[in-house]
Design a protein around this ligand. Structure first.
Ligand SMILES: [Zn+2]
Length: 443
């Protein structure tokens, strides 16, 4: 391991433990609810929760202190669309990899994601409730997780990876291998959808993820014809809603977006070909938009380097030309935009914050991009009353930067985030963090 390896040395994330009774961060620049930074603000944290914020506060009996002069303090980043259980797009590799190795690589992905400053993820399929619960139990370091377990689609649709040769049922590109207790991911018709949603919820899903159109690289014709009917979408939303679980819908364009909004989806994922009418409906219904620009940027790069066949490359370029337009349409309509990287490859995991610069390039201001990655993400995930802001009463999930984040692109570089706190526990320890180890006083 080199010194630059995010997994090596003293900066490797630590498993969360009980927070110190009191912690004091003096005089840093703190992100406020407008996305701007208030300068020279003191933050007092007790038992993992911010109890006071302001100038010239008293550190009280804090035994853990950080001189924040010249540092920037932000809420921990929310990645609202990521696949932590996936580290390769190579179908043959995925077919050959034992499940145990995949789960252990997921642990490494979660560690890298936390190291990058992401303290909360909404996993859009593959990582299951066991992974979420193992992190919560402190078996491995990682962001707090909400999981959809599977991505539910229709027979022959985008999530259906049926292998014609051996005649095997499996997920697209074998991204989700079979394992005991795995819920199904295909549903045809509203009755079957109800059952499949119930099975996903029984498996511990926090979200129901639906796939309503094909993906960008699908080579079959058909534009963005819906792969789920309005009735399918409505059945899923009502079934999930009775268990107070929200629904996220993968939809690139066409009728599927409007149907998903009308059915009551809480968020639209990708939405590259979002129209002004779609955006107006989203704003009216309070539906969030998660544009996942980073993964499409990666696809365009793959097309440029010749990694994709001509048909797929052409589709990637088509998307690349549109990249960001949907963000401008959504912004103009007043739709809430949240950060999601859609990462699912070991080359990408840990660079989640690159989405911030892409959101900015697409038309969000720096302030709006920072809020998309913090308070808006928290609101989307239903935890906006206790996470996503640095404010009294909020749990202290936070990141430290040594440079002002005016150039958001710098945040995707390894080491840009110099400190990470989870519920008041320093899990990536900033070099300036001071712990007073006077015997008998550290709690
Ligand atoms: Zn995805």
């Amino acid at each position: 391991m080199s010194a630059n390896d995010p997994d090596s040395g003293s900066t490797a994330p630590r498993v969360r433990q009980a927070p110190p009774a009191d912690m004091f961060i003096r005089g840093s620049n703190v992100l406020d609810e407008t996305g701007d930074f208030a300068s020279r603000v003191d933050v007092l944290v007790a038992h993992g929760v911010v109890v006071a914020l302001g100038r010239d506060l008293s550190p009280g009996a804090s035994k853990v202190t950080l001189d924040g002069d010249g540092l920037w303090l932000l809420p921990g980043i929310f990645d609202c669309h990521v696949h932590t259980g996936l580290s390769s797009f190579d179908t043959l590799e995925l077919l050959r990899t034992p499940f145990s190795r995949r789960v252990l690589e997921t642990a490494q992905v979660l560690r890298r994601t936390l190291r990058a400053g992401v303290t909360f993820v909404r996993d859009a399929g593959i990582a299951d409730a066991g992974v979420r619960d193992a992190v919560a139990a402190g078996h491995v370091p990682g962001p707090t997780m909400q999981v959809s377990v599977v991505a539910i689609g229709s027979t022959g649709g985008h999530t259906d990876g049926f292998l014609t040769g051996p005649g095997l049922e499996c997920s697209v590109d074998y991204s989700l291998p079979d394992y005991p207790g795995q819920p199904p991911h295909l549903a045809d018709g509203p009755d079957e959808m109800r059952k499949v949603v119930r099975l996903a919820l029984r498996s511990g899903a926090d979200w129901i993820k639906l796939v309503a159109t094909r993906g960008v690289l699908a080579t079959s014709d058909g534009g963005f014809d819906p792969e789920l009917s309005f009735e399918d979408l409505a059945a899923a939303v009502s079934e999930a809603g009775r268990r107070r679980r929200p629904v996220m819908v993968h939809a690139l364009g066409g009728d599927a977006i409007g149907w998903a909004i009308e059915a009551g989806a809480r968020s639209i994922e990708h939405g590259i070909f979002l129209t002004e009418a779609d955006a107006a409906a989203m704003a009216a219904r309070g539906c969030f938009f998660v544009p996942t620009l980073a993964i499409y940027e990666r696809l365009v790069a793959s097309a440029r380097s010749g990694e994709l066949d001509p048909g797929r490359a052409a589709r990637a370029f088509e998307v690349g030309e549109r990249l960001g337009e949907a963000v401008q349409i959504a912004r103009a309509a007043g739709v809430k935009v949240a950060l999601g990287s859609d990462f699912g490859h070991r080359d990408d995991h840990g660079r989640n914050l690159s989405e911030l610069a892409l959101l900015h390039r697409a038309g969000l201001s720096v302030e709006e991009a920072l809020l998309a990655g913090t308070s808006v993400g928290a609101e989307l995930c239903g935890v906006g009353d206790r996470l996503g802001r640095i404010a009294p009463g909020y749990e202290f999930d936070a990141i430290v930067l040594d440079q002002e984040p005016t150039d958001l692109a710098q945040l995707s570089e390894p080491g840009a985030v110099t400190g990470v706190f989870q519920r008041g526990v320093p899990v990536v320890v900033h070099p300036r963090l001071h712990v007073d180890n006077t015997p008998g006083t550290l709690t």
